[in-house]
Write a protein that binds this ligand. Structure first.
Ligand code: KE4
Length: 428
């Protein structure tokens, strides 16, 4: 893949990074391995824009894979972190900040009675699964093909995100025992889930699902799918876990539960909840959450869980979202106009596309057929997506560097950026 000559510094930085960091990256999806070429090293960001090591600017449609919903360097969030940094970075003791953050989340997500903070979405999901298993005394759980719940062993079965992008079907280093209780079904295939319950009856501890999938590209739940999971879990005393690491505080202040009006038993959070600093969380029914140590015996811990700097960024971010819910209407409008602009631009070039979009989550699939699960996402035109990605990058538009990822629109993206994005397609 020809690299633009205007990113020479990134090339040098990448070569150096590979001497000390596997693949030169600290997370595989950043490596451009599926789209080809070398990753761009960013140096700073402001609002809707990223600025790379060579001084090029890009409209940002990845926003740190979701966290930067307000845009980069929102002054109120920056100020909150600065103020906290002058007091202390970390104590390893309880702080009032954590209670403030917990109360803020509870005010936004009604069925979170208790919440535990951790430092990543992976930690949130692995802890929620352990909790569901400890609470029910059962081991099996159901996940969906193409969904990604972080990189803890039990979840790396038919997973989405980087595993789908790199077509990693089995991950070396995961003992059979760690994944033997992982059952999988197709997203949107309620009958497949019913068949698993018919087979395993009361032995299923949990069903974990991305209520709107983002890790096979954006794929929406079909009518009745989530409601059906709710009914099956209630009937079989199975814990329904909504993995809202992507959708939480993004699709609405109350996340996918508010947007889609379906209630889970446990909810996991990440990304937006930390405003760009490392925060994950899981919460839900008191009866379940009180199985966690030190109240119960389900052990889970973390040195930097509830870190004051991260709490300060999270509180500032969620407070802005709570007090300005028009932001969600604005995000919906901006992303809808992006969706229609993309559709029109590609159809005027005779290129068939499927645009999946809900709120500020959106994906472009090069296909003539709907994309409702991973199987259908996997047969879309990936080489064309890769060409599209690099064309847009050279036009100063940064998309997620993989077809099996959702784009994330921020509140800093205005009609001007949408217009520029659509114009860029015309020269493809
Ligand atoms: P982290 O451990 O990366 O904070 O969260 C894991 C996770 C859990 N659940 C969902 C629904 C997620 O989307 C994620 C992480 N998302 C990926 C992007 N598809 C993070 C990017 C990366 O892996 O670098």
């Amino acid at each position: 893949m020809k690299m633009s000559s205007k990113r020479q510094k990134s090339e040098v930085l990448f070569a150096n990074a590979k001497l000390s960091i596997p693949g030169g990256v600290n997370s595989p999806v950043r490596a451009f391995k599926s789209v080809g070429g070398n990753p761009v090293f960013m140096e700073r960001a402001e609002g809707a824009y990223l600025y790379d090591a060579d001084g090029n600017s890009y409209i940002d449609y990845i926003n740190s894979w979701g966290p930067m919903i307000l845009g980069h360097n929102h002054p109120t969030v920056v100020e909150a972190v600065k103020l906290q940094a002058e007091k202390a970075f970390s104590f390893g003791t309880p702080t009032q900040l954590e209670t403030e953050m917990a109360e803020l989340v509870k005010s936004l997500v009604q069925n979170v009675e208790l919440i535990r903070f951790v430092s990543s979405g992976t930690e949130a999901c692995m802890s929620a699964l352990r909790l569901a298993r400890g609470y029910t005394g059962k081991n099996k759980f159901i996940k969906f093909e193409g969904c990604y719940h972080g990189h803890a062993d039990p979840f790396l079965v038919k997973a989405g995100s980087g595993l789908a992008t790199f077509d990693i079907q089995t991950v070396p280093g995961i003992p059979a025992g760690a994944a033997m209780d992982t059952l999988t079904a197709k997203y949107n295939d309620l009958e497949g889930v019913m068949a698993l319950f018919a087979q395993y009856k009361e032995d299923i501890a949990a069903v974990i699902v991305e209520p709107v999938a983002g890790n096979m590209g954006c794929v929406l739940p079909e009518r009745g799918f989530l409601e059906g999971l709710r009914k099956l879990c209630t009937a079989h005393h199975t814990v329904l876990i909504f993995d809202e690491v992507m959708t939480g505080f993004r699709l609405a202040a109350g996340g996918a539960q508010e947007k889609l009006n379906v209630q889970a038993d446990l909810i996991t959070f990440g990304k937006v909840i930390g405003g760009g600093l490392p925060v994950g969380a899981f919460g839900g029914k008191k009866e379940i959450m009180e199985c966690l140590a030190p109240v119960g015996k389900v052990y889970q811990a973390g040195t930097l869980s509830g870190n004051p700097l991260a709490m300060a960024a999270g509180i500032a971010t969620l407070s802005i979202l709570k007090n300005n819910t028009f932001i969600y209407h604005q995000l919906e409008q901006t992303t809808s106009s992006l969706a229609s602009g993309l559709k029109n631009a590609f159809s005027s070039k005779g290129i068939p596309v499927v645009i999946n979009q809900l709120g500020s989550m959106i994906s472009v699939f090069f296909s003539e057929h709907p994309v409702r699960n991973f199987e259908e996402a996997a047969v879309t035109d990936i080489p064309l997506f890769n060409r599209f990605f690099h064309h847009m990058l050279d036009q100063g538009i940064y998309l997620p560097p993989a077809a099996f990822e959702s784009w994330f629109v921020s509140a800093a993206i205005s009609d001007a950026e949408i217009e520029k994005t659509i114009q860029a397609i015309k020269t493809m």
